[in-house]
Design a binder for this molecule. Structure first.
Ligand SMILES: [Zn+2]
Length: 83
């Protein structure tokens, strides 16, 4: 399944690779609302299922390009029902 990169990953190969790698589970990903997130930690829910803690990315961690603004993230996240 091709990774959903939305409009992201065009600024540099490092970001694109980190979003589309098939060799590992990407920690940088676009969610259903089109917001780019990075996993910053693991939440152990007490079962065998571990959830990731995600945080929106505003600047590319590799090249520093601005990717989305806080207002854009809020607009996108606010448009979708929170899970
Ligand atoms: Zn970049």
């Amino acid at each position: 399944m091709p990774a959903n990169t939305g409009s992201f990953g065009s600024c540099c190969e490092a970001l694109k690779d980190s979003m589309t790698s098939e060799e590992f589970e990407p920690l940088v990903a676009v969610d259903d609302t089109g917001v780019l997130y990075m996993s910053v930690g693991l939440l152990e829910a007490g079962s065998d299922q571990a959830d990731t803690v995600d945080h929106p990315i505003f600047f590319c961690p590799f090249c520093g390009k601005g990717l989305q603004t806080e207002a854009e993230v809020e607009a996108k996240a606010g448009a979708a029902p929170s899970a």
